[in-house]
Design a protein around this ligand. Structure first.
Ligand code: ASP
Length: 587
């Protein structure tokens, strides 16, 4: 057995005989003396072999990078002047006495002992090597500290960890299901859970009162940069608590987590209604580290001849908004062109702008291709409304409200990042008062959260005017990322049926898909609610990583494949026959 981890050795161990187990990080031959840097999960220590110990010297000479060794030796101070202040073990070294090679290693596909630019594909294909890198080890260990803290907090607050099935029925969280064919029920499929939503509600009906689970969830979505087909939620459900009480318990948990692990005081989280978030930031997960806001100017431009602005200003579904960038007049034409290209991703047909050179000169002091179309008066009124100052640049979005919100919302973040406009390191908030439904783009409505979210009105009111109704949902947002979201749920059948009705789900369909839930609601379902946090995103933010793949041990690629195991893979004809499945080749 080892006596110490490599990374733990310090001055106070000088004189001790020790045993280390680890990997050869690097081997150097310095004129007849062999130096091995030996690495384990706690760090690296330098070991020296003198030629006077013939046997171990020869062995040390023969090892290569990533060989696994057992080593006995004694700790001594490094000779004066050779200490390494950059290494935690840099004051000492180990004089190697006995060396045993526990396993050899082929030359690794990429070097670990020096910084090398390695493509993510190569890293993921050889993830077991990649995971040896200290920075990834640090992140995964930090992840473990996070879950440890959270489990502790929840257990101390009366929450019970209960596992829910992975082979189950579809849960409508808005993504496609991963399906698993059943061998014993021909032509039938399990769905992997998009979340434990329905089971956690059933647990409340069963009287567990407070549930949590660090749960794997599966969603077959078109993948964006920070999504994974399987990911982990900190899933929570409670009975008899109001939204404010649920918010308070979970906010205390996240505040405690940041304070304990990062020594950061997040303070009390502000609450912002969804409508205000969209109005001021064009987003339901506003990044409040940046001060810029979207300002409506439709009333000022509704009557101008410039149709690009006037038409959306007169359209009830349109929006004309301005985004004033402090100091933005320094942006070059090329930068503005790049931003124009950027907003086109969100469907914006262009990006109008006005540079504020000198307000004292009135409209003369404005530089812009559009002032002549808007008229000088209107242009100056807009400057006044947005509070523009000399040296600023004002961008405009004019289109359907959805496009303006998405385009200017994203532009706000990009400009904020590019011009380093962060005013603080952490900006948490709760977004509340979400609409219950949104347009599904096909003339119907779809649930903004999921169809088990409680509306803030009676079933009759909901059916009469579903469009404007709010739900009892809440999202926790941190630095523009949705960390978690949840709601108070529907706990009576009548309301659940009303919601299904608005969503166009027939009684038969509801019975077929969620009969078990409707049935459970008949037998004394308590008022209940909860939420789920995305663990991967939380770890990503707390470790300052740029992708969630950096904080997942074995992540999938953007095309939802595992390069390490080569999954998904083909299966044998016999397996398919057993499942009564015939694979049709894509035409
Ligand atoms: N099940 C929801 C989700 O996965 C979270 C919740 O409402 O508790 O987004």
């Amino acid at each position: 057995m080892r006596s110490h981890y490599c990374g733990d050795l310090r001055k106070e161990h000088i004189g001790q005989d020790i045993t280390l187990m680890g990997w050869v990080h690097r081997r150097r031959d310095h004129g007849g003396v062999i130096f091995l840097d030996v690495r384990d999960r706690e760090g690296i220590t330098q070991v020296v072999f003198d030629p006077d110990r013939d046997e171990s010297f020869k062995l040390a000479d023969s090892v290569r990078n990533e060989y696994v060794i057992e080593l006995r030796g004694s700790v001594r101070a490094r000779p004066a002047g050779t200490e390494n202040k950059d290494m935690p073990t840099g004051d000492i070294e180990v004089l190697g006495k006995e060396l045993r090679i526990l396993n050899k290693s082929d030359t690794p596909p990429f070097q670990l002992d020096e910084h090398q630019q390695v493509g993510e594909d190569v890293r993921l294909r050889n993830r077991f090597i990649d995971l040896r890198r200290p920075e990834i080890q640090r992140k995964l260990r930090f992840r473990s500290q996070i879950t440890h803290y959270i489990r502790n907090y929840l257990e101390n607050n009366g929450f019970i960890d209960i596992e829910t099935p992975i082979l189950t029925r579809a849960t409508p969280e808005g993504a496609r299901d991963y399906l698993v064919p059943s061998r014993t029920h021909e032509g039938h499929f399990f769905a992997l859970p998009q979340s434990p939503q329905l089971f956690k509600q059933l647990l409340m009906v069963s009287g567990f009162d407070r549930y949590y689970q660090i749960a794997k969830c599966f969603r077959d979505e078109d993948l964006r940069a920070d999504r994974q087909p399987e990911f982990t939620q900190i899933d929570i459900e409670t009975s008899f608590l109001s939204e404010d009480e649920i918010i308070s318990i979970t906010e205390t948990m996240i505040r405690g987590l940041f304070s304990e692990l990062l020594n950061v005081d997040l303070g009390e989280f502000p609450h912002m209604p969804y409508s205000e978030a969209m109005q001021r930031y064009g987003s339901d997960k506003p990044d409040l580290r940046f001060p810029m806001e979207l300002v409506d100017v439709a009333d000022l431009v509704a009557a101008v001849d410039f149709k690009v602005f006037a038409a959306p200003a007169q359209d009830p579904n349109g929006r004309v908004a301005a985004l004033s960038v402090p100091g933005g007049a320094e942006l070059t034409r090329k930068q503005i062109d790049d931003y124009t290209k950027f907003v086109s991703i969100y469907g914006a047909k262009g990006l109008a702008w006005i540079k504020v050179n000198d307000l004292a000169q009135g409209a003369e002091g404005l530089q812009s291709p559009i002032v002549k179309f808007l008229g000088e008066d209107v242009a100056l009124k807009i400057m006044e409304r947005v509070g523009a100052k000399n040296g600023d640049l004002v961008f405009f979005g004019a289109d359907k409200a959805k496009i303006v919100n998405e385009a200017l919302g994203a532009l706000r973040l990009k400009v904020g990042e590019d011009l380093k406009m962060h005013q603080c390191e952490w900006a948490p908030l709760w977004v509340v008062d979400f609409p219950m439904f949104e347009d599904d783009g096909k003339g119907g409505l779809t649930a903004l959260h999921h169809p088990f979210t409680s509306p803030n009105c009676s079933p009759a009111e909901l059916i009469a005017h579903p469009e404007g109704k709010l739900s009892r949902a809440y999202d926790m947002v941190l630095n523009g990322t949705e960390l978690g979201g949840g709601s108070v749920r529907i706990h009576d059948q009548e309301m659940q049926r009303a919601v299904f009705k608005v969503l166009g789900i027939t009684d038969e369909e509801a019975e077929e898909k969620f009969g078990f839930l409707l049935n459970a609601l008949r037998y004394g379902a308590p008022p209940h609610g909860g939420l789920a946090f995305g663990l991967d995103r939380l770890v990503m933010l707390m470790t300052g990583s740029s992708s969630i793949r950096e904080v997942i041990a074995f992540p999938k690629t953007q095309s939802a494949a595992c390069l390490l195991t080569d999954a998904p893979g083909e299966v044998s004809a016999a397996q398919l026959r057993e499942l009564n499945i015939k694979v049709r080749k894509a035409p």
